[in-house]
Design a protein around this ligand. Structure first.
Ligand code: ADP
Ligand code: ZN
Length: 218
């Protein structure tokens, strides 16, 4: 099962993908996480990515497409994968079709998460991350047990460098301008499954993931 997670910043793509990974036993591939890891480790890829990611801008397609092609050709993707954060524009979506075609496989389902924009801003501002084990928390929706300290490993939580109001606005603008058309692209192929996630309807990532797993396993 090859799954693509779509949705604006802060809708819970990572949370839902993490839960799907546990239930379906296929890898969760977050391009944002891969870039952040490379930036932290100071690799060649990281040196290129940091100039863009720190500003909330997209890393050039060529760099991103190559990285994704390499990752999808690894052994653990043989039985499927969950892509989170890719494709982000039409050119990447077309490239993904080529990558999967070369692997004799295809996109099976595109999960599109929708959250009201006011709530998105609130959620991202409340987001915290463990710099050590990478677990993500939310000071409104999913607080750590003690203060702002990781439940897993006791490390002080931090905010992502690009989670400022200004950089979030740049990322959201890019989402609506470049990534929304990708959802339409998959909509035309009949692959999109729309899901609402919002405090106002009391529906969160956990419920969405559980429903998706039920459907997929059917
Ligand atoms: P966001 O919360 O903005 O969705 P991500 O964690 O998905 O952030 O990605 C962080 C950063 O990594 C992005 O701002 C961008 O610079 C880079 N990035 C991630 N995925 C892609 C992609 N598919 N194409 C280009 N750049 C990407
Ligand atoms: Zn931790």
């Amino acid at each position: 099962m090859n799954i693509i997670m779509m949705g604006a910043q802060g809708t819970g793509k990572g949370t839902v993908a993490g839960l799907l990974k546990e239930s379906l036993n296929i890898p969760h591939i977050s391009t944002g996480e891969i870039f952040r890891k490379n930036i932290k480790e100071g690799t060649e890829l990281g040196k290129i990515a940091t100039q863009y990611a720190d500003e909330g801008k997209l890393v050039p397609d060529e760099v991103t497409n190559n990285m994704v092609r390499n990752r999808l050709n690894e052994e653990d993707c043989k039985n499927g994968f969950i892509l989170d954060g890719y494709p982000r524009n039409i050119a990447q979506a077309q490239e993904l079709d080529k990558i999967l075609g070369d692997m004799s496989t295809k996109v099976d389902v595109v999960v599109n998460l929708n959250t009201p924009t006011d709530e998105i801003i609130e959620r991202v501002m409340a987001r915290r991350e463990c710099p050590n084990c990478k677990r993500v928390y939310n000071m409104i929706l999913n607080k750590p047990k003690v203060g702002e300290i990781c439940d897993n490993c006791g490390t002080d939580l931090i905010m992502r460098k690009d989670d400022t109001r200004e950089k979030l606005q740049i990322r959201l603008d890019t989402f609506f301008k470049e990534t929304k058309p990708v959802i339409d692209f998959y909509e035309q192929k009949g692959l999109v499954k729309n899901e609402e996630i919002s405090i106002s309807i009391n529906r969160f990532g956990k419920e969405v993931a559980e429903d998706l797993v039920k459907e997929i396993k059917k």
